[in-house]
Write a new protein. Structure first.
Length: 407
């Protein structure tokens, strides 16, 4: 029912006092957000560090080298699998032309951390990796990406290299970690940096890493070797004196007249031709109705997930009081229920509502917009924090949705 004069209606019926519009709205909302995961939990400072091992395999001085991260814990961990986070402390081998000597190497230590564009001041979310217990991550890289430019001349046979992965330790609270726990309850504290054993570069020739076994050309060659040889007359050969339906043995003696005696198939000796045909037909019918054997391939297990990742929840007010249908509003609150910070953009066009009333259900949603959300509209939401936004439903719902009082 529509009223042309709303002020007269509300004045005559409710004595010009604000009408109570009870909105029983069931809200289904989709929140679009971009997550940048990082870890900071002050309560975890007393926990032991995660037993994660970093190793650099350097067969030669010039590369290529291998980065290997091993999860030796009994729980899954979250690592930053990014070679851009590598850094080296390099000491060149001592010589007569260089200054002071420290056990065969120069005292001067050169810190290599890649070119300026490699500087990463945030957790690389696109390189986030969760390792289950016993799993490892291996990546091939060129060490000259880390010792870039003139520092690459330090990677010579006999040089001493101390590798690191992550960011330098810092006092106080920080949100940059190379390794952190990924299971609940938390058993390890986060680490900003992993250290690998010190290397002394070898004089050996560079090693070329090929494809893993069972892939590429090796697999094709193996298939060719396992394939049976082609036979123009067929791949099955029947040895002399062997007939189907009886074991091999000496050939039967043909009777007089030159006719060969062929043994009947087992199980139908002593039957007439009609009985044999009936038995064959019944066997064929039984084969048709036999259930086909299905190949049930087990589904691969889902990839490991981070149990401590940011988790967003959305809640709204249960009731709304308004004096006019155009003033019906809901307060929407987005809460970070996870254990890592997250960057969130909350806009009214990202929300949709389902309003159920006496006249039926109404879907309220803004028209979709193709353009992206600007970076400056995202807000960093710490764990346990929330943001809220008031939405006027008259701007989202079709006209006339709240014209009926007491909805």
């Amino acid at each position: 029912m529509r009223f042309a004069d709303e002020s007269r209606f509300f004045g005559g019926i409710l004595r010009r006092r604000a009408a109570f519009v009870f909105g029983a709205a069931f809200v289904l909302s989709w929140l679009s957000c971009t997550t940048v995961a990082s870890a900071r939990e002050p309560a975890a400072e007393s926990l032991p560090p995660p037993p994660v091992r970093l190793r650099i395999v350097a067969p030669s001085a010039s590369g290529p080298w291998l980065l290997r991260i091993d999860n030796e814990a009994d729980q899954k961990v979250r690592v930053a699998a990014d070679v851009r986070l590598l850094s080296f402390d390099v000491q060149a081998p001592a010589s007569r032309l260089r200054g002071s000597v420290d056990g065969g190497w120069t005292r001067h230590v050169t810190h290599c951390d890649g070119p300026a564009d490699f500087s990463v001041n945030h957790f690389p979310i696109d390189r986030e990796l969760v390792l289950e217990p016993g799993q490892s991550y291996v990546e091939q890289f060129d060490p000259r990406l880390i010792c870039f430019g003139k520092d690459a001349d330090l990677l010579v046979p006999g040089a001493r290299v101390k590798p690191y992965l992550g960011w330098k330790p810092r006092s106080g609270k920080s949100e940059l970690f190379a390794v952190d726990a990924a299971a609940r309850p938390r058993a390890f504290r986060p680490l900003r940096r992993l250290a690998a054993p010190t290397l002394v570069l070898s004089y050996a020739d560079p090693v070329v890493y090929g494809p893993p076994p069972g892939s590429g050309e090796d697999a094709a060659k193996g298939e060719e070797a396992a394939a049976p040889s082609e036979d123009p007359k067929g791949s099955r050969h029947t040895p002399p004196g062997h007939h189907r339906g009886r074991p091999p043995g000496p050939p039967s003696q043909p009777p007089e007249g030159g006719a060969e005696i062929i043994d009947p198939p087992p199980g139908i000796e002593g039957h007439t031709v009609g009985e044999r045909r009936a038995a064959a037909k019944s066997a064929e019918e039984a084969t048709k109705h036999r259930p086909k054997r299905r190949n049930l391939t087990p589904r691969p297990p889902p990839p490991p997930s981070d149990d401590l990742a940011a988790r967003m929840t959305l809640t709204t007010t249960h009731y709304s009081d308004a004096g006019r249908p155009t003033e019906v509003a809901l307060s929407v609150q987005a809460h970070n229920a996870g254990e890592r910070p997250v960057f969130v953009a909350l806009r009214s066009r990202m929300l949709s509502f389902r309003v159920e009333g006496p006249d039926g259900a109404v879907e309220c949603r803004r028209p979709s917009v193709d353009h992206a959300v600007p970076r400056d509209l995202f807000h960093k939401l710490q764990q346990g924090k929330h943001i809220h936004m008031d939405v006027l439903l008259a701007e989202v719902c079709p006209p006339g949705t709240f014209d009926r009082p007491g909805l």
